[in-house]
Design a binder for this molecule. Sequence first.
Ligand SMILES: [Zn+2]
Ligand SMILES: [Zn+2]
Length: 300
Amino acid sequence: MSKQPARAAAASKRLAEDGDICPVCKSSRYLNSTMQFKINPACYHRMCDTCVERIFKRGNSTCPIAGCAKTLSWAKFRRATFEDLKIEREVDIRKTVMDVMNKKEEDFETLRDYNDYLEQVEEIAWNLILNIDVEATTGKLERWKQHQKAELDAGPPLASGKGATQRKASQSSKKKDEAETGFTFHGLKKRVAPVKEAPYDPWGGWSIAPQYYVLQDNYDVDWYKRIKTDVHHVAGGHSLQDYCSQALRDAFGGLGVFIEDEILARDTPSMDADVGTEHAVAAAMSGKDANMNVNMDDVF
Ligand SMILES: [Zn+2]
Ligand SMILES: [Zn+2]
């Protein structure tokens, strides 16, 4: 047996021990099995949860690790997902960048434009990961975020008659806005806000408003004038308006019903006409033949 496995085992044991000792209070997980380690994304220094509670619970404080002067808040501490805290940090940075730089391939005119965009996103991420121009990069990212938000708030472009000239003007102003953020992306399509959803209509667009007449507020007829002034007609909550409405409905009730068409529909066998339609349902409910093609559009 060679010494190789023994040495590897010793190394891994030492690593485990290092990882199991809190660098702040030096307590070991070996003596306290419930001990957990936490990190804060401000500096990614690891410490045990007892230390976190003791030092930060009462308010923000400076990181106790020697050489780190970051002010940490208790609420930001969390358990690390990755063993390697460099990866943990990189994942966090990429998440932040992706939240802002979230364009998809279909947002670009060509694949080439999209790839160029991805390259810029990667550059941003690496600048932050390697601590290059952090302040400038974060500023750029924030400006881009605001620019995206403003573009979305402005809503879809107006479809007015000016057409091309207006589109050109908005294109150039868009380019200008984009340049102010520090980014210029070629072939980026204009972002369009989704159409606002209409309130729910339980009738599915069906309306009981009369199609063939409009109810007037007043009718210039002698007998109507007479009954209008006679309070007896409006006794007991009866409204003259209701009377007119009813009379008109009766008078126009037959319009829109074409008997020839219905006879034709009845005599012509059809496979799809009334299957699963409201007519078939209505006919089934009233016990009539589905081919009667009852006009349900005007129940009155
Ligand atoms: Zn500790
Ligand atoms: Zn620290």
